[in-house]
Design a protein around this ligand. Structure first.
Ligand SMILES: Nc1ncnc2c1ncn2[C@@H]1O[C@H](COP(=O)(O)OP(=O)(O)OP(=O)(O)O)[C@@H](O)[C@H]1O
Length: 259
């Protein structure tokens, strides 16, 4: 799939050019292409085991790109790492972590300030602002583990926001998240993209991709499409991506995957 060049002088947040990513000798994803300019949001869509998390790990420089290339902010993934935020799936985190919500968010600042220097007033203000952006400033003093799963997910987003990343990667951020938390997450993401951050979201929620993302990347070991939701979330392309599994058009023209 050809990749269009970036606007003069502004490197795209992410450029995938026929990228093949492998664990050892086994490719998990083959020949994925597409670009994510500053301020844009892309959804990674595909069934379990499609390679969505693998692509995110390749962008973080954690899984090798064996052919083609992954370019992050004009650099290799490992060189760009400081400018990239990552929000893991909430259920991978230890809820017993004995720290307050405010401390978790402040951790987002450490990559900027280094682990030796103590956080200053600017860092505390950025962390407080990030917590307010996800609507949880009133929980700042509470222990992280006492929050619900959806609230913890919002705190992790706040931690990533406080680092002011130019590219933010979210791995299934809406799993087990109620409507209120999802709306708070989406509002925080909208503010981030308005300020120029590019966002990549791995999700199983096709309706959300349709409503909240500029582009969709359909994956299942290979790439089936990359482009605007109207052109990619079609029954034909979804059926191909999901290996013929049932996908259908829901109410108001929104496409939903049948479980
Ligand atoms: N550390 C690893 N070593 C070897 N293979 C792996 C490793 N992690 C993932 N895989 C394999 O890579 C493939 C893609 O997995 P990945 O986790 O990227 O899928 P996914 O699209 O994120 O799935 P899900 O929707 O279930 O989270 C799977 O076949 C998986 O078994």
């Amino acid at each position: 799939m050809p990749v269009e060049p970036a606007a003069a002088g502004v490197p795209d947040a992410l450029v995938l050019a026929e990228a093949t990513v492998a664990y050892g000798r086994t490719p998990a994803l083959e020949r994925v292409s597409g670009r994510v300019p500053a301020g844009r949001t892309v959804a990674l869509i595909g069934p379990n085991g499609a390679g969505k998390s693998t692509l995110i790990k390749a962008v973080l420089g954690l899984v090798p790109v064996v052919s083609g290339s992954v370019t992050v902010l004009g650099q290799t993934p490992s060189r760009a790492r400081r400018e990239v935020g990552y929000v893991p799936q909430a259920d991978t985190l230890d809820a017993d972590f004995p720290v307050s919500v405010a401390q978790v968010v402040l951790m987002g600042r450490y990559r900027r300030i280094g682990w030796v220097r103590r956080p200053g007033a600017d860092d505390r203000a950025a962390a407080q602002e990030a917590l307010a952006a996800v609507g949880l400033e009133h929980r700042a003093r509470d222990r992280f583990g006492t929050l619900s799963g959806g609230q913890r997910q919002r705190v992790l987003l706040a931690r990533a926001i406080s680092a002011q990343p130019r590219l933010l990667l979210l791995d299934e951020p809406f799993n087990g998240v109620d409507t209120v938390s999802q709306d708070a997450l989406l509002a925080a993401l909208a503010r981030l993209t308005a300020a120029g951050t590019a966002v990549v979201i791995s999700t199983h929620d096709l309706a959300l991709a349709h409503l909240a993302c500029d582009d969709v990347c359909l994956l299942n070991r290979h790439q089936f499409a990359f482009g605007p939701p109207a052109a990619t979330l079609t029954p034909e392309l979804l059926r191909a991506t999901y290996g013929g599994a049932a996908v259908e058009l829901g109410a108001h023209g929104v496409i939903v995957a049948r479980p």
